[in-house]
Design a protein around this ligand. Sequence first.
Ligand SMILES: [Zn+2]
Length: 112
Amino acid sequence: MPNPNQSLARERAARSRLLQILRGSGLIRATWVKLNRPCGSGVCKCATAKRHWHKSWSISQSRAGKLRRKSIPNRLRDEVDGWLKQYWEARELLDLVSEEYWARLEKKPRRK
Ligand SMILES: [Zn+2]
């Protein structure tokens, strides 16, 4: 049987972290995709061997059944990485709050 005080504390902590995220720098639902490919130039080093292929990063998201993808320049990588992490953390926190309410409904009814 879960301790109701503990579960209240958990819920409060999750809500307050959620608010912090929402007031913060931004969030985005996406996952990283690492691309490795030749640039197509015959004189570039990448034309000689696969190990010289250019690395680049994109983010992708499936939305309404369609895949959406956006290439992210190196200078934005850290910022976008922050947004991604915030999104996934917020989602976990939402789920945690939701679980508390499931637990509340599943508890035996009692008078207040
Ligand atoms: Zn190249």
